[in-house]
Design a protein around this ligand. Structure first.
Ligand code: THU
Length: 141
């Protein structure tokens, strides 16, 4: 966890997200896929939380790095936490957008403008959550 007091996604924030995502990626537990993923989220408080993927012998229990990072943000800041940005790192370096399940979870705690950064074709790309998930599920009232 690290705190920066600037609410715009500055180069400093981006560099810090890259650092924290890579740091978490080194902790990945992925003996089944051999694919390490790290993620870092920036909240509106200016704090960064990170996570890595955690696999299980019962494959379906595997948890993605992005959700670990989001859940850590909630554990530290509470249920009203809002996300400004999320960044993903992977090893081996591969195109790694957040999976569909993680997009839906991100949408619970971030606006349409949530800034999503992921490795694509060897470069870090940026896209808004609304582009990745144009139709999020909301509970009918
Ligand atoms: N994985 C993530 O952590 N995030 C994603 O967005 C996609 C997939 C992990 C889950 C599993 O441990 C491994 O990558 C292979 O699917």
């Amino acid at each position: 966890m690290s705190t920066i007091h600037n609410h715009l996604l500055s180069d400093l924030h981006k560099d810090q997200l890259i650092l924290e995502a890579n740091r978490a990626m080194a902790h990945a537990y992925s003996p089944y896929s051999q694919f390490k993923v790290g993620s870092a989220v920036l909240t509106t408080s200016g704090t960064i939380y990170s996570g890595c993927n955690v696999e299980n012998a019962s494959y379906g229990l595997t948890m993605c790095a992005e959700r670990v990072a989001v859940f850590s943000a909630i554990a530290h800041e509470g249920p009203h936490v809002r996300l400004k940005a999320v960044l993903i790192a992977s090893d081996p370096k591969a195109t790694t957008p957040p999976c569909g399940a993680c997009r839906q979870v991100l949408s619970e705690f971030g606006d349409d403008s949530l800034s999503v950064h992921f490795p694509k074709g060897g470069v870090l790309t940026q896209i808004s959550l609304s582009c990745l998930l144009p139709e999020k599920f909301v509970l009918p009232s």
